[in-house]
Design a protein around this ligand. Structure first.
Ligand code: PEP
Ligand code: MG
Length: 520
């Protein structure tokens, strides 16, 4: 069921002495909300979604409307709390719109939405509505950015349905690790479901039914029971150390998006963390986490996994992942833009605290560091030099640090082609098939129209993985896969044949992957 679940203000009145400071807070809240809305509009425009961008631009105008501001000010001077006043003015506007022509009537919900965001901002509840979701719901959206999904409280999303997206877009990846179904890329079909009270989802087959009839509900219930049975049958594989029948030991690890997922991943049978996507730590908030906050998060995962290896990937922002608090000028081609290691090397003020936090946290476990989006050995050397610099700084400050190995994601065709050179500078490789596929086949990983090409089982991609494994084997370093292909039963035998020895995936997929390996 769709729900925005915005909270009601608890405070109705303010005192005479609070008027001026509350007016200032109100002005600031407008600024924050308008800023975020216009950033969303810019991003949508940059990604070619002109129509949606127009809606957000209209929302910016509404948020900044001087008449709205003076109507709220008047109420505030009459000692109504600003969070209540802005909602009340929003309702007045909405009623006026509703009485006009059809076009304006449709704007009533827009003004309610904008004023609710300002009210939520005033109550310290952020802007997106995702963090205030208070009823477990199926979330329906045109598109869901990682920063949206990262803000949803645990247990509040029962599933996702989006108009845009594909199997390897981040909304699918996050749903997989949250263990919830996602039906993505439904296109205009989404509109039919927007008013539904109930939505039935089949994440496996990729379809959703709005307001299902009793027969459909019964069918979905049977499917869900069968799925639960299938999962239970896999339980015996959770803690197996998987090997193929010819004796190749394959380590099966988890991809994490947050430190809080660590315990769960261990329960699913993770033998380590093949990919800790640290950018989500940065996305579930409006400001940047400090070195100490990062240290706490990395330490928590290191402690939870003990001797088991944990690969911490440095910030991979850009593409479809934006960072609140960092000025990212919209780009024509964000996936080909200022992403991953490119951004980290250009912003030492962001990169160094992260490296320092990883080095400090390494005292508590077996951490390894991995760099994303590397295209040549120069980038790897520069990143390693920054790591070394951070190490020296900490040593001279007398801060305790641990040993960390450094590895590289092979997710650009350039990295695969240069694997021999990169191997000389790396302790391990991890193939990011999601990006390797999109860059090799020139097929946007988020496009619902390019499903045929979003396929790691393509001869060009397999050739690059083969080349990577050969170079790694010659250098005596291991190769893992941490893209979605690692958890796909039909891809696992192929990856192992190519020489991959570690598979890292959304934790709920681990038992099935171990079973597949054990039966090879
Ligand atoms: C990948 O590209 O395969 C990968 C694992 O990284 P991300 O999905 O976070 O881009
Ligand atoms: Mg990637």
């Amino acid at each position: 069921m769709p729900a925005t679940g915005r909270p009601e203000p608890e405070r109705e009145r303010i005192t005479e002495g609070e008027v001026e400071s509350e007016l200032q807070r109100f002005g600031k809240a407008i600024e924050v909300v308008a800023g975020k809305l216009s950033k969303t509009a810019e991003n949508l425009r940059a990604s070619g979604s002109e129509e949606e961008a127009g809606i957000f631009e209209f929302h910016v105008e509404m948020a900044e409307d001087p008449e709205l501001a003076s109507a709220v000010e008047e109420r505030l001077r009459n000692l109504q709390s600003p969070e209540r006043a802005v909602l009340a003015v929003g309702e007045e506007y909405a009623a006026q719109f509703a009485a006009m022509d059809e076009y304006m009537a449709a704007r009533a919900d827009d003004v309610r939405d904008v004023t609710a965001q300002i009210s939520a901002q005033l109550m310290g509840q952020g802007d997106s509505g995702f963090e205030t979701l208070q009823t477990p719901s199926v979330v329906l959206a045109q598109t869901l950015a990682p920063s949206d999904t990262a803000r949803i409280k645990e247990g509040m999303a029962l599933g996702f349905v989006t108009a845009k997206g594909s199997r390897t877009s981040h909304v699918s990846i996050m749903a997989r690790s949250m263990g919830i179904p996602a039906v993505v890329g439904v296109g205009p079909g989404l509109d039919e479901a927007l008013d539904a009270q109930t939505v039935a989802l089949d994440g496996g087959e990729g379809y959703a039914v709005a307001d299902p009839d009793a027969d459909t509900v019964a069918r979905f219930e049977r499917m869900s029971a069968a799925l639960a049975e299938e999962r239970a049958a896999l339980d015996e594989y959770r803690h197996v150390e998987a090997s193929t029948s010819d004796g190749r030991r394959i380590e099966v690890a988890a991809n994490l998006g947050a430190a809080s997922e660590a315990e769960d991943a261990l329960e699913w049978g993770a033998e380590g963390v093949g990919l800790f996507r640290t950018e989500f730590l940065f996305m579930e908030r409006d400001d940047l986490p400090s070195e100490d906050e990062q240290y706490e998060a990395y330490s928590a995962v290191a402690r939870a996994f003990g001797e088991k290896p944990v690969i911490v990937r440095t910030l991979d922002v850009g593409g479809d992942k934006n960072l609140p608090g960092v000025d990212q000028t919209p780009e024509e081609n964000p996936f080909l833009g200022w992403r991953g290691i490119r951004m980290s090397l250009d912003t030492p003020e962001l990169f160094k605290p992260q490296l320092r936090a990883i080095l400090r946290a390494a005292v508590h476990g077996n951490l390894e560091v991995m760099f994303p989006m590397v295209a040549d050995v120069g980038e790897l050397k520069a990143a390693k030099a920054m790591l070394q610099e951070s190490r020296r700084e900490l040593e001279s400050e007398g801060v305790e640090i641990g040993e960390v190995e450094t590895g590289v994601m092979i997710e650009t065709p350039a990295a695969a082609v240069c694997a021999e050179e990169l191997a000389k500078e790396s302790a391990f490789f991890s193939v990011g098939t999601n990006d390797l596929v999109q860059y090799t086949l020139a097929a946007d990983r988020g496009s619902e129209r390019l499903r045929r090409l979003q396929n790691a089982d393509h001869p060009a991609v397999l050739a690059l993985i083969r080349k990577t494994c050969k170079a790694a084997s010659a250098a005596g370093i291991p190769v893992g896969v941490c893209g979605e292909a690692a958890g796909e039963p039909e891809m696992i035998p192929k990856l192992i044949d190519l020489g991959v020895t570690e598979l890292s995936m959304a934790a709920p997929q681990i038992p099935r992957a171990k079973k597949v390996v054990s039966e090879l």
